[in-house]
Design a protein around this ligand. Structure first.
Ligand code: SIN
Length: 330
């Protein structure tokens, strides 16, 4: 196992429960996220002593409030540190609630060659038995491994690919899962045990530089919304989006991800309004609302599938494709 101990590892703090503080010791739910500074989190992990680490507090946010400006700031700091020869990898501490979205956004835009390791905690730093310190230690370990490339998530002893990971539990410390793909590996006492052959490393990519420049220059992502197909829907939300766009061109939806039933099916009332939206140039993509599985590609369907991405990640993929000009209004 090649541990690049000579490399500097940078830890970027963004907040979350890992940095949360409760007023009553032992309270695992009544806390405020994003309170403890990242250097203080590191100070609570004696096993990190002596390692070449740098820290930077990018933000202190409850990740339910994650927003595009913070994503851009994070991209800038990541691009800066990853370009430094002496840096072997970067760890990002993040809230669990939207971690899978930020990790996928970072992977999609930067396609980093070095490891970018997101980590988190389900219990605040003030908990009787916090899970953050072990997750942080594991994440720093993974960020020093030369055999890891790209954006991964480390939580509860498992390593997940940004593409597949999702938060699947609201309370348990092992809150993340990679669905049918399964985790990539586990971290056992500082050693990585791969469950699969390590995925092909990202390679330096001029297209990623171009996309990064576009993202950093954009005031906002193109407006892509998620609607769920469910029993008894009347498509009213999509109609409201179209009406809002008629009243104010700045609110015109550019894309809609439908969290469809089963293998990408859509309630006929919603399908009718989505057809109107398509006819008006709104891109529609079908993801499944099922926790597992994917929408199987169907060239006969007017609305493409999400290539296995969950609705929240399909939203990011479509917004970035619109920004890059990879898809044009129909
Ligand atoms: C957050 O997502 O910032 C709060 C919840 C968590 O980290 O578990």
């Amino acid at each position: 196992m090649a541990i690049n101990n000579k490399g500097v590892r940078v830890i970027l703090g963004t907040g979350g429960t890992i940095a949360g503080r409760a007023s009553r010791p032992g309270d695992n739910v009544g806390y405020v996220a994003g309170q403890v500074r990242v250097e203080d989190l590191l100070a609570g992990v004696p096993a990190l002593e002596g390692m070449a680490l740098e820290v930077e507090q990018v933000e202190q946010v409850d990740s339910k409030d994650m927003h595009f400006d913070l994503w851009k700031r994070l991209l800038e700091r990541l691009a800066h540190h990853l370009s430094r020869e002496e840096v072997s990898g970067v760890v990002v501490t993040h809230g669990t609630d939207t971690l899978e979205e930020t990790a996928w956004f970072v992977e999609s835009v930067l396609r980093p060659v070095k490891p970018v390791v997101f980590t988190c905690a389900m219990r605040p730093a003030t908990a009787l038995v916090p899970d953050g310190p072990q997750n942080l230690l594991d994440a720093v370990t993974v960020a020093g491994l030369a055999e890891v490339s790209g954006t991964v998530v480390v939580c509860a002893g498992q390593v997940h690919a940004a593409e597949h990971v999702a938060k699947v539990h609201s309370y348990r410390v092992d809150a993340f899962d990679s669905g049918d793909a399964g985790p990539l590996a586990c971290v056992e006492e500082g050693q990585l045990r791969w469950f699969h052959r390590p995925p092909a490393a990202n390679t330096p990519d001029g297209r990623a530089d171009d996309l990064l420049a576009r993202v950093l220059a954009a005031p906002a992502l193109p407006g892509v919304h998620i609607v769920t197909s469910h029993a008894d829907t009347d498509g009213g939300l999509v109609r409201a989006l179209l009406l809002a766009g008629d009243a104010d061109p700045g609110l015109r939806p550019r894309g809609i991800v439908v969290a469809a039933t089963g293998n990408g099916t859509v309630h006929r009332a919603l399908a009718q309004v989505l057809s109107e939206a398509s006819a008006r140039g709104v891109r529609v993509v079908r993801a499944t609302r099922c926790a597992r599985g994917r929408v199987i590609p169907d060239p006969a369907n007017p609305w493409p599938d999400s290539a296995g991405l969950s609705p929240v990640k399909a939203r990011i993929a479509l917004a970035l494709a619109l920004l890059a000009g990879d898809v044009v209004p129909s």
